[in-house]
Write a protein that binds this ligand. Structure first.
Ligand code: NAD
Ligand code: LMR
Length: 330
């Protein structure tokens, strides 16, 4: 397609990893920012030789796709250079968990990466950059990057919880015998950890509320644990953490942030401004709407006591994670 739009810069970290291999081709094809939006990809990888070699091969394949929208492709080792004038930054590069670990076990291994990358974004990215942190534990890593980028607005930063929303919608559609597209207003509150609160209290199928059609036992014993522990189940089954579904959720997250959600709810972990009693600055999963490139939690919802308690458990968990990474905050 002929386009007159100005090329935008998209930085991706960890491009030689398994998520990177699913993600880059979709960004370059236009799935993330639209079929008329040219992109320049700026890829940040570690110097380690196996990753460098894999990245070289991936870049050859990107060239070979001859994507009309791919107007630039370069690799970097220095985050300040990779992020220079970036309009979008997808921070994927980090250690994934191995079988037997929880995502919080990655705190120490990954915190330094997000401190350094936050500083680099602060130094060189576009002042309007939209940052999505995928590397786990993603809420706390996003908070670390945000705090290390004091010259950028907090709401430029977000973490990936769309995968949890997508998982919840898929389970619900299966249960109700309808299509995923029929389902709206599913939300996942809190932390991308087994504590997350997958919530159907506002959900509808074909415009009709669903809460009254679902047995409490199914919600408590199947739906909530399946969604909350899906990452671990995939890791156990595949021997590696989710990759294609994570990449797809990252595309959904960025597309809706950049192009607008309309009336739909999209779960995004964003820095709280005190909504629903969540402490300011905590990167927390909320049902959001996005407009003109700004994501805001949906306000004014009546929260049940049960959901309030689950939100508070997530607040407490994220406060503990923040305490554990104090050394990486300015
Ligand atoms: P992977 O090990 O296959 O790839 C990670 C890549 O990042 C590697 O190529 C590695 O060399 C690179 N890397 C490491 N440190 C880097 C740095 N400082 N700068 C640039 N690149 C760096 O891992 P993966 O399966 O692609 O997963 C990446 C991360 O995403 C993990 O932390 C994983 O837990 C997380 N994840 C999050 C979600 C979510 O929903 N939030 C879903 C799936 C995976
Ligand atoms: C997921 O939810 O699949 C990812 O966060 C990977 C993981 O470690 O669970």
């Amino acid at each position: 397609m002929e386009t007159t739009k100005k090329t935008v810069r998209v930085a991706v970290t960890g491009p030689a990893g398994q998520i990177g291999y699913s993600l880059l081709f979709r960004i370059a094809s236009g799935a993330m920012l639209g079929a008329d939006q040219p992109v320049e990809l700026r890829l940040l990888e570690r110097a380690e030789s196996a990753s460098s070699a894999r990245l070289t091969g991936t870049m050859m394949e990107l060239e070979d796709c001859a994507f009309p929208l791919l107007h630039g492709l370069s690799a970097f080792r220095d985050p300040v250079e990779a992020f220079r004038d970036a309009d979008y930054a997808l921070l994927v590069g980090a250690r994934p968990r191995a079988p037997g670990m929880e995502r919080a076990d990655l705190l120490e291994a990954n915190a330094r990466i997000f401190m350094e990358q936050g500083r680099a974004l602060n130094a060189s990215a576009s002042r309007d950059v939209k940052v999505l942190v995928v590397g786990n534990p993603c809420n706390t890593n996003a908070m670390i990057a945000m705090k290390n980028a004091p010259d950028l607005a907090a709401r430029n930063f977000s973490a990936l919880m769309r995968l949890d929303q997508n998982r919840a919608e898929a389970q619900l559609a299966k249960k109700l015998g309808c299509r995923v597209a029929d389902i709206e207003r599913v939300a996942v509150w809190g932390n991308h950890s087994p504590t997350m609160a997958a919530d159907v209290s506002f959900a509808t199928a074909k415009g009709e509320p669903v809460a009254g059609r679902l047995e409490a036992a199914w919600l408590a014993d199947e739906f909530e644990p399946v969604v909350a522990k899906r990452g671990g189940a995939i890791l156990a089954a595949r021997g590696a953490s989710s990759a294609a579904s994570a990449a797809s959720a990252a595309i959904d997250h960025m597309r809706d942030w950049a192009l607008g959600s309309g009336e739909r709810w999209v779960t995004m972990a964003v820095p709280s401004e005190g909504e629903y009693g969540v402490p300011e600055g905590m990167v927390f999963g909320f049902p959001c709407r996005t407009e003109n490139g700004v994501a805001r939690p949906v306000e004014g919802l009546e929260i049940s006591e049960a959901l309030r308690a689950r939100i508070e458990r997530n607040v407490a968990e994220l406060a503990l994670e923040a305490e554990a990474v104090k050394a990486f905050l300015p």
